[in-house]
Design a protein around this ligand. Structure first.
Ligand SMILES: [Zn+2]
Length: 426
């Protein structure tokens, strides 16, 4: 663990949150340890004697938000308790934060948790990807297809797709959590499609034109980009837009539910084994938390708002606690080691490592979701052993056949959630 990461968690543990200098120290160490991937990000923040200032760009000429230290606790409490939309409105309202803004802070009801370990907790589960079937998974580019894999003494062809694995995992995990009294939200309620249940093919036919128009009207894409996507009939480019819109819908659905924690579920592959038509010997687990803003990732007002939210609230500390439980549980339950930063190129390029298996990455959904959130990437689907295990679909749930190996993954998430709430009661 790098020394500044160690110091950061030391500060968190000693809870020196009261005096102004302590706040400055906490926020600076939070930036060093978690939030900043590229040094240019520092140019948009200033800590003065009287206030924290967030600038629109690196010239530091135009302050977008000024929060006086004496108002910081009021601002933090509002950010913590208002909905994302309400706090974004507050962020945009005026440059200098005015603490007179009225917030209604919800009190946490008390639950007797002797009988049901998770009574009263709200948990959002986000099953990654959207493919309805193996053919769709090809457009999504999240599939494994191999000829001649030796399974039980016979050579067999093997097809897997991630959207199905994550969806079944979320169903199994939901059942386990509900048995312990939790309330559970699934962002994907059906195997087909994303947060609104619309498959990519249906969207192409019915919604693409309308969605491109609204992206153009809100300034997110140019007229040229819009026309290129419409004219080219390029499925990959179309899919990218569909996915972009779906990620935002997932975040909206999760934030409207106001969960205590959010678990984003994915299955990994060996990135060096592209195009995944032969087995790999590698197999690792990893879990991601928000942060690691890279160069240019504070260009938009909404990005700056989320940066400030993560800087002044305690969400990333909670996300780290949840990630630590998940990393431990993945190793114990799945019997697979945790990834190290030099195991994959993308971990080095886009992420900062906290410790083995736990990485910080500025993924859209991690950034957009309020509260404690982790993004799990369990096991490599193309690993020779996993491939065989995942292909043996001896169980069935609502008519979908699945491998018992998925139960191990659901169980690993389940144990980490129980452990997290044992140590972090809101
Ligand atoms: Zn994935």
């Amino acid at each position: 663990m790098p020394i500044f990461v160690f110091l950061f968690f030391l500060i968190i543990q000693t809870k020196l949150l009261l005096a102004q200098q302590d706040k400055i120290d906490l926020f600076k160490s939070r930036m060093d340890a978690i939030l900043v991937k590229d040094k240019s990000v520092y140019k948009q923040i200033a800590f003065t004697d009287t206030a924290l200032i967030l600038f629109t760009d690196t010239t530091r000429k135009f302050p977008e938000k000024i929060i006086r230290w004496k108002d910081m606790d009021a601002y933090r409490i509002q950010m913590q308790h208002l909905s994302i939309q309400e706090s974004f409105n507050l962020y945009q309202k005026e440059v200098l934060f005015n603490p007179s803004f009225n917030s209604n802070i919800l009190a946490e009801p008390y639950y007797e948790r002797n009988k049901e370990k998770l009574k009263g907790y709200k948990i959002a589960l986000d099953a990654g990807h959207t493919a309805c079937n193996f053919e769709d998974a090809k457009t999504e580019a999240k599939f494994i297809e191999m000829d001649s894999v030796l399974i039980n003494g016979n050579y067999q062809s093997t097809q897997l797709y991630e959207a199905e694995l994550t969806y079944i995992t979320s169903l199994l995990l939901k059942d386990k959590l509900e048995k312990e009294g939790a309330n559970v939200l699934l962002t994907r309620e059906n195997i087909c499609g994303g947060a609104d249940g619309i498959s990519f093919n249906t969207w192409l036919e019915k919604n693409m034109q309308k969605d491109l128009d609204s992206l153009y009207n809100s300034g997110e894409i140019t007229l040229k980009e819009k026309n290129e996507i419409l004219n080219k009939k390029n499925l990959r480019a179309n899919f990218k837009i569909y996915n972009h819109i779906d990620i935002r819908k997932r975040a909206e659905k999760i934030n409207a539910y106001q969960p205590h924690i959010t678990i984003i579920i994915h299955y990994n592959v060996d990135a060096d084994n592209i195009p995944w038509n032969k087995p790999s010997n590698k197999n690792l687990n990893m879990v991601f938390i928000p942060g690691a803003f890279a160069k240019g990732e504070l260009n938009k007002k909404e990005e700056r708002f989320h940066f400030l939210r993560l800087l002044v609230c305690d969400d990333i500390d909670q996300s780290y606690q949840l990630a630590a439980c998940a990393a431990k549980s993945f190793t114990e339950e799945l019997k697979i080691p945790l990834a190290k930063q030099n195991d994959c190129k993308y971990l080095d390029e886009y992420c900062s490592a906290i410790k083995d298996g736990i990485f910080i990455r500025n993924l859209s959904l991690l950034r957009l979701v309020k509260g404690a959130v982790i993004y799990g990437e369990t096991l490599y689907q193309d690993n020779i052993d996993e491939l065989i295990l995942l292909s043996q679909k001896t169980k069935s749930y609502n008519g979908i056949n699945y491998s018992p190996r998925i139960e191990d993954v659901a169980n690993a998430y389940y144990k980490s959630i129980v452990e997290y709430f044992e140590n972090n009661q809101p």
